[in-house]
Design a protein around this ligand. Structure first.
Ligand SMILES: Nc1ncnc2c1ncn2[C@@H]1O[C@H](COP(=O)(O)OP(=O)(O)O)[C@@H](O)[C@H]1O
Ligand SMILES: [Mg+2]
Length: 395
């Protein structure tokens, strides 16, 4: 999978960003998709290459299957036990917490460490919830509300889960989807140990700490080991870099190097530039502003302006998704406008056109509405013509 890269090149408004969004949608939520814009790398606080590397690792997923020793069940009881503060003073502290767990097979009462009480509070665990507690780390995961409570209210946002089968204390296969960036963050925490897996549970509390190249290499090593052992599986995702001509020579070089590494996502670039100067240099011209050696790796897909018939189709689809009613003649007229200006402009006219229809007491957009709003608003081309003519107004 290493180093596959694709370039979408074409004029503005030819659907490059739209294609990327469609890809993200198709991939679903189990495959990482990380969108960014070239200019994002320029920050006054973070190094350019660091921004790039972070997004690079956000685009690589890891599916980890672990068999864990857990206590699982519906919470029947949750009682913190308080004692006098051993250090003196008036405060009381929690010495332990007693929790009752129920499954289809039986019940069990556990006496747990106060740190687990904190974890239970963070997960907002209440009586009637189905949870599991990892035996070795004490991590608590709330799975949902027990479905015996499902009829309590008519309308709820809660997720209901069945009462777990088997014993309370058991071995359970847990599948987790994380990205390499998640692992970086989890392991950059100062109290972090060497074991990636044991830290996965801490992922929900990202903290601002340094992630170094050395740490990443360490993590790659552990990840590779887990892949070899069959515990984890690499899920190649997609890194989408829009307006890629905004990157400079340094970031391009870094990107090229990263693409060579065996653990790399699929990278999709998009640009609307033709031949131009590579940013960060004064006189190196290159197609799309991308250095030739990197360009050489890319499969290039040309996107071309939409034809009238295609614009028509897109307008109809848009109208459908936005719940706007528009007649055939208006679609044709709007497509005509779109082919002379841009697809984006045509799509943007739909909302005001609908307002115009409403003002005239209709629920359907007709040709007159299109002509009216096209008269009211200017596209970029007409606007610049207007500015040129009235030179005393603006220079
Ligand atoms: N195939 C398509 N279906 C629906 N809408 C589209 C399609 N292609 C482009 N669009 C719409 O057209 C406009 C311009 O497309 P965009 O992807 O932003 O162009 P680019 O990134 O090439 O400049 C956007 O509003 C987008 O939602
Ligand atoms: Mg775009």
């Amino acid at each position: 999978m290493a180093g596959r890269a694709l370039l979408l090149a074409g004029p503005p408004g030819t659907g490059k960003t739209a294609i990327a969004m469609a890809i993200a949608h198709e991939l679903g939520n189990k495959v990482p998709f990380c969108p960014m814009v070239g200019s994002e790398v320029f920050s006054s606080e973070i190094k350019k290459t660091e921004v790039l590397m972070e997004n690079f690792r956000r685009s690589i997923g890891l599916r980890i299957r672990e068999t864990k020793e857990v206590y699982e069940g519906e919470v029947t009881e949750l009682t913190p036990v308080e004692t006098e503060n051993p250090m003196g003073g008036f405060g009381r502290t929690i010495s332990n917490v007693v929790i009752g767990l129920k499954t289809a097979k039986g019940t069990k009462q556990l006496k747990l460490d106060p740190s687990i009480y904190e974890a239970l509070q963070k997960e907002k665990v209440e009586v009637g919830d189905v949870i599991y507690i990892e035996a070795n780390s004490g991590a608590v995961k709330r799975q949902g509300r027990s479905d015996t409570f499902a009829t309590e209210f008519d309308l709820e946002t809660e997720e209901y889960v069945p009462l777990p089968k088997g014993d309370v204390h058991k071995k359970k296969e847990v599948v987790q989807d994380v990205t390499l960036h998640d692992l970086d963050v989890a392991n950059a925490r100062p109290q972090g140990g060497q074991d990636v897996l044991s830290l996965v549970g801490q992922l929900m509390k990202p903290k601002k700490t340094e992630i170094t190249d050395k740490l990443r290499q360490e993590i790659n090593k552990v990840v590779n080991k887990y892949i070899d052992q069959g515990i984890a599986e690499l899920v190649p995702g997609v890194l989408f870099i829009d307006e890629v001509h905004m990157l400079d020579l340094e970031t391009f070089t870094y990107l090229h190097k990263s693409l060579e590494s065996p653990i790399a996502p699929i990278v999709i670039f998009a640009t609307n530039r033709g031949r131009c100067v590579i940013r960060g240099t004064s006189d190196i011209y290159s197609p799309h502003g991308i250095p030739l050696d990197l360009l050489d790796r890319l499969m290039i897909i040309q996107t071309t302006p939409y034809k009238v018939a295609e614009i028509e189709q897109i307008i109809k689809l848009r109208a459908q998704t936005e719940g706007l009613s528009i007649d055939e003649e208006a679609v044709a007229s709007l497509s005509e406008v779109g082919s002379k200006t841009t697809l984006r402009y045509a799509v943007q006219l739909m909302t005001p056109a609908f307002q115009s229809a409403k003002v005239n007491g209709r629920t359907q957009i007709i040709k007159e509405d299109i002509l009216e709003v096209n008269d009211l608003f200017l596209d970029a081309k007409r606007s610049s013509e207007f500015l040129q003519k009235s030179s005393k107004f603006m220079k």
